[in-house]
Structure formats: C-alpha cells, structure tokens
Design a protein around this ligand. Structure first.
Ligand code: HEC
Length: 252
C-alpha cells in the first residue's frame, strides 16, 4: 500500500514539474465576479468592456467569432445593435451584374476586422500580429488574470534591459518586449454609464468582456448547475423518506 502511495506521488510530481517550469512570472489573482458555482457576469461591466473594445482594441484586434447580434446577450437592444453594426462596411455579392459591392454590416454579420489580412495587420504594427481576441482569454495560461496583468503591466524598462524600437517593456509578457504599445491609461475612454475610467477599471472591464466572448454560455451553465444540484437534493430527500417508509415495518 505504502509503495503504491509513494509511486503515485512520484508520478504526480513528475507531471507537475514541467508545468512549474513553463510558468512565467506569478500572476496576481483577481476576484472575477463570474468565478465559483454562483458566479455570474456583471452585465454593466460587460457593456463597459464592449465600449473599450469598440473605442480602443478594435483599432488593431479582430473579434472574428462574435456576431453583432450576440451583443443582445449582454444587454444591448436590437436598435443599438443595428446602429453598432451599421458603423462598419462589409463586402457582399455578387449582385445581378456579377459584381461585389459594399454594404453596411448587419446584426447577423460577424465583427468586421480592422485589417484585410494578417500581412496588413503586421505591416501596421511593426511586424507584430495582434491576435484575434475572440478566444484570447481561453488561449492564454492564467486566462483573465493574464490579460489583466498584460494591460496593467507596462512600466519603464529596468536598467540593463534593451527594448527594441517600436516595442514596449511589459513585466508579464514572456520576454518582456511586447509589440503592442500600452493601450489603456487612466481616462482612455469616457464610459457611457458614468463609471470613472481608471486604468484598473478599464483593464477589468475589457477582460470581463473578452472572457464573455470566449465563454458566452457561462451564466447558463452555472444556473443549470445550480438547478441540477437543487434537483438532486430534493431527490435524495424523497428517496430517504421512501426508504424510511419501506423499512418502517421491519424491527431493527
Ligand atoms: C495599436 C494596435 C493595438 C491596440 C490598439 C491594441 N493592441 Fe493588443 N496587441 C497588439 C499587437 C501588435 C500585439 C502582439 C504583440 C506581440 O506579439 O509582441 C498585441 C497583443 C495583445 C495581447 C496578447 C499578448 C499575448 O500573450 O500574445 C493582449 C492580451 C492584447 N493585445 C490585448 C489588447 C487589448 C485588451 C486591447 C484594448 C484595450 C489592445 N490589445 C489594443 C496591438 C494592439
């Protein structure tokens, strides 16, 4: 038995070592409202996060997997969504003459990307490619804590560090030299809902929004989970009562 426990421990620790080796600088854990069984997105925060995407990030980052109509999930009305989509132009066609034409985007279109292709995106960003943001939170180790830490991790390079032209120093980005200029600072946006736009607030709001784009079904999943648990509790109570009834005639 002892041998079994020891060898299990050995296997487990071997699995853990490479994971430890890969870890970058420790990320501070933020208290995200959607964590935990009872966790839920804060709709007002998601809307502010959308505003940051719209006002700042969308200049460089695409959001290819999200359609304008998905914004209904975070509280935008159909009219607002129509207006948001109509700000952008998409290529459609061919028409009856066989020609492609431009038209305003519709709620059913996916978010229109800022660049026509990756090459154009790199050319505009000193060779660095701004990754699509739809699944970014899920794609990075540390998830929302990582994205928040990148956005708040810009600082002056320490003595001895060399930062190439066109790059910035970021304390959490792997290798520290990042091709994205600091996107957020205090008052980078004026929030539609009047919230004070500190760097911390902005970084939290956009991270929440990007968590929603990568996991839009989280609220439904959590509330279903709670219902299932409630159902199991009731079922257990019923079965217990039934068991007592069935055995009540038997002398113990
Ligand atoms: C001026 C263009 C520009 C803007 C505006 C911009 N980014 Fe970036 N972003 C980039 C580029 C370029 C990269 C790739 C950097 C690299 O690989 O060195 C990047 C990378 C990132 C990364 C990824 C780091 C990684 O692990 O790959 C995150 C997270 C990110 N951006 C978030 C944001 C958010 C959130 C906003 C809006 C608040 C934003 N960016 C606005 C250009 C931009």
């Amino acid at each position: 038995m002892r041998k079994l426990i020891l060898s299990t421990l050995a296997v487990l620790s071997m699995a853990a070592i490479p994971a430890l080796a890969e870890e970058g600088p420790a990320l501070e854990h933020q208290n995200w409202p959607w964590l935990g069984v009872f966790g839920k997105y804060d709709q007002a925060q998601l809307k502010r996060g959308y505003q940051i995407y719209h006002d700042v990030c969308s200049a460089c980052h695409s959001l290819n997997l999200v359609a304008y109509r998905n914004l209904a999930d975070i509280g935008f009305t159909q009219d607002e969504i129509k207006a948001i989509a109509a700000e952008k132009t998409v290529k459609d066609g061919p028409n009856d003459q066989g020609e492609m034409f431009d038209r305003p985007a519709r709620p059913s279109d996916h978010f229109v990307p800022p660049f026509a292709n990756d090459q154009a995106a790199r050319a505009a960003n000193n060779g660095a490619l701004p990754p699509d943001q739809s699944l970014l939170v899920k794609a990075r180790k540390g998830g929302p804590d990582y994205v928040y830490a990148i956005l708040t991790g810009y600082e002056d390079a320490p003595a001895g560090a060399t930062v190439p032209d066109g790059m910035s120093y970021n304390k959490v980005f792997p290798g520290h030299n990042i091709g994205m200029p600091q996107p957020l600072t205090d008052d980078a946006v004026t929030y539609a809902d009047g919230t004070k736009a500190t760097l911390d607030q902005e970084a939290k709001d956009i991270t929440a929004f990007l968590n929603w784009t990568s996991e839009p079904e989280l609220d439904t999943r959590h509330s279903l989970g709670i219902k299932v648990l409630g159902f199991l509790v009731v079922l257990t109570a019923l079965f217990y009562a039934l068991k007592r009834k069935v055995w009540s005639d038997v002398d113990h």
